[in-house]
Design a protein. Structure first.
Length: 626
């Protein structure tokens, strides 16, 4: 059996430990959590705390807690922990020991040898301090590995293909961009740039200032003045920031965060991603300048980069992916969890040193983007709006499960209804993508155009897609579930190809034009004959949503059960008709849904009937369309 060499990412904010087992790298977890916060503390009774417990007490006892020790590695300084003073190596050793113990508990064998990663810009004394920390923790450090090299290894472990990889690494407190060349077992860092004072913590500070200023305007209390209130607020805004990576809007809530004249004050504000992006844009622009610098130093153009890899928790911020893609002309890889990427790469390096064969990291990703159809606005030059615009919500190669939301806006005044059409594919024109479902949300508030709707997609590992639309102002929600969204795409693609072939064949035979309703005309200019109201416009995440008429509605009505029953009967009739024409596989699916609808109707379970009808209606729509 090959010798065990673990890989450790000793991060500023978080640390992880990984191994390679059976050729597969994996991160070791404790209580289901792979991440150990790089925080060390002393409890009130003098007990040593490392990780989550230490991070939790930092809010209340910052004087007994040490964060971000990595920033001090290599310096001749000491940090206070309670009444004692410690070197940065000693504090780092406490983190490393905790990781070592975690691995020994899970693997049941002693862990001695390790590869530990450091930023590419670390100088000799910082690297030496890292080695010393390892030794203090009882580890033999067989290699100090550059973090970007580790990240590159997770995406190209056997290095069979020569690649130039740009690694964009934005963590909690530091930013690095490196260009790495991998070929035939040699990994070379061509250039490396960064900013040791820039990271997700700065995003938190900006959001904190924004929220605290609003709070002060409202209540006349500055939350930043009280240490505990400030720490609580910081944690709340960090959580909100993370949610904004997946959702377009979120709330920052903290009960009893302050007091005024003996009256408790609660914090409850809404933040939108779009506002947050405006706040952090200057910081991200700074990182983009570093990217350019790294390219210049490596004497490469953007087009010469084979792969862009995202590392570090903060790269989940969608604005980063968007701006990088704009600048480098290719989407960035985020398949491997950006928090775990470096530890996995360190484990791969360890396995290579011990002579093991290593395969690439296995991840479940969505192979196609999912999003909805919307209306793209006319521009200043007076071009017509595009009513077939595809607005991706979950992007291709997102790890599963994925949950994302975006905000859209109505296009006309007093618009009572909006159609949500869900598509899968990569084209900016929905007619080139595949429709996987649709539904209407109706009964919207009678307000001017610009009424905001939050559309959320939740895709599970099993390919079950939940789509919901919520009117932001009133909370009105409509949702559908599309079973087997991923598999169905493959089937639909096949059928689509088949029907196109058939049509081309018959065109050849009859030399006639295809019947109406068939393959859409995909001319560059789009169709000429539409007449849609215009969206008031708005920044990137706001899109217009068209409002069709005459689509069956499944909203719960005021008279209990009556409306559902009428609609269910109509759907069952339709299902009968469609079933006759469906293939065997679809018939099985239809039968299952028909029984669900019948059972719910018989048992008068109106809620279940509603959701069964939604599912059946979605499948019928798809089958009719196929
Ligand atoms: P790292 O130093 O790589 O562990 O990254 C930690 C940083 O990533 C912290 O600033 C976190 O707040 C940030 N982070 C973690 N998850 C997310 C997320 N979903 N969206 C944005 N930032 C995140």
């Amino acid at each position: 059996m090959a010798e065990l060499i673990v890989g450790i990412d000793l991060g500023t904010t978080n640390s992880e430990i990984a191994i390679v087992e059976g050729g597969q790298p994996r991160v070791l977890v404790e209580d289901g959590d792979p991440i150990l916060p790089s925080v060390v503390g002393l409890a009130e009774d003098g007990r040593l705390l490392v990780g989550k417990a230490a991070r939790n007490q930092w809010v209340l006892a910052p004087e007994r807690t040490v964060k971000s020790i990595k920033r001090k590695m290599g310096q001749e300084v000491k940090v206070a922990l309670g009444t004692d003073q410690f070197t940065p190596q000693e504090v780092s050793a406490m983190i490393l020991r905790t990781l070592k113990a975690r691995a020994e508990r899970e693997l049941g064998v002693p862990v001695v040898k390790a590869v530990i990663t450091v930023p590419a810009y670390f100088n000799d004394s910082q690297r030496q301090a890292t080695r010393e920390a390892g030794a203090l923790a009882g580890l033999e450090v067989v290699r100090i590995l550059n973090e970007p090299t580790a990240a590159a290894l997770t995406y190209n472990p056997d290095q069979s293909k020569a690649e130039r990889i740009l690694v964009y690494d934005l963590g909690g407190g530091t930013f690095d961009v490196s260009i790495v060349h991998t070929e035939g077992g040699v990994v070379e860092v061509l250039s490396s740039h960064g900013d040791t004072q820039l990271g997700g913590d700065d995003f938190d500070e900006l959001l904190l200032t924004d929220v605290a200023t609003d709070f002060e305007t409202m209540y006349g209390v500055d939350l930043r003045a009280n240490r505990v209130s400030r720490a609580r607020l910081l944690r709340a805004v960090e959580d909100a920031k993370k949610r904004l990576s997946d959702h377009a809007i979120t709330k920052v809530e903290e009960e009893f965060i302050a007091e005024k004249d003996g009256v408790p004050l609660h914090l409850n504000v809404e933040v939108e991603r779009i506002e947050f992006e405006e706040l952090i844009r200057p910081l991200i622009d700074r990182t983009m300048q570093c990217v350019q610098q790294a390219l210049d130093d490596a004497k490469l153009t953007a087009a010469q980069i084979d792969r862009v890899v995202l590392v570090g928790g903060s790269t989940r911020t969608p604005l980063i992916g968007r701006l990088l893609e704009e600048r480098l002309g290719q989407p960035a890889h985020r398949e491997v969890n950006p928090d775990l990427c470096v530890a996995l790469g360190a484990a791969i390096q360890g396995a290579i040193i011990s002579g093991q064969n290593v395969g690439s990291v296995l991840v479940d990703i969505t192979p196609h983007s999912l999003g909805i159809k919307c209306l793209e606005m006319t521009d200043d030059f007076g071009f017509r709006p595009n009513e077939f615009k595809f607005a991706p919500i979950i992007r291709r190669n997102s790890p599963l499960p994925a949950s994302r939301s975006e905000v859209f806006a109505t296009v006309s005044d007093n618009q009572p209804i909006v159609e949500v059409e869900v598509y899968q594919g990569e084209s900016a024109d929905v007619r080139r993508n595949h429709r996987v479902g649709r539904f209407n949300i109706e009964g919207l508030a009678r307000v001017p155009a610009g009424n905001q709707l939050v559309v959320q997609l939740d895709l599970t590992l099993d390919g079950i897609l939940k789509v919901s639309a919520r009117e932001k102002a009133t909370g009105l929600v409509k949702q559908i579930t599309i079973e087997n969204a991923l598999a169905r795409y493959a089937m639909a693609e096949r059928e689509h190809a088949q029907s196109r072939l058939n049509r081309m064949w018959s065109d050849l035979e009859t030399l006639s034009t295809p019947p109406p309703g068939d393959e859409p005309n995909l001319s560059e200019d789009g169709p000429d004959d539409f007449d849609h109201p215009l969206d008031e416009g708005g920044p990137e995440t706001e899109h217009g949503v068209s409002s069709p008429v005459g689509v069956p509605q499944l909203d719960p009505g005021p008279r209990e059960g009556q409306r559902e029953t009428v609609q269910a009967r109509a759907l069952l009739e339709k299902a009968d008709r469609v079933r006759g024409k469906a293939g065997a596989e679809d018939q099985v699916e239809l039968d299952r849904l028909i029984s669900r609808v019948r059972d719910a109707m018989t048992d008068r379970r109106w809620g279940d009937l509603q959701s069964a009808c939604n599912d059946l209606s979605d499948v019928l729509f798809y089958l009719e369309d196929a």
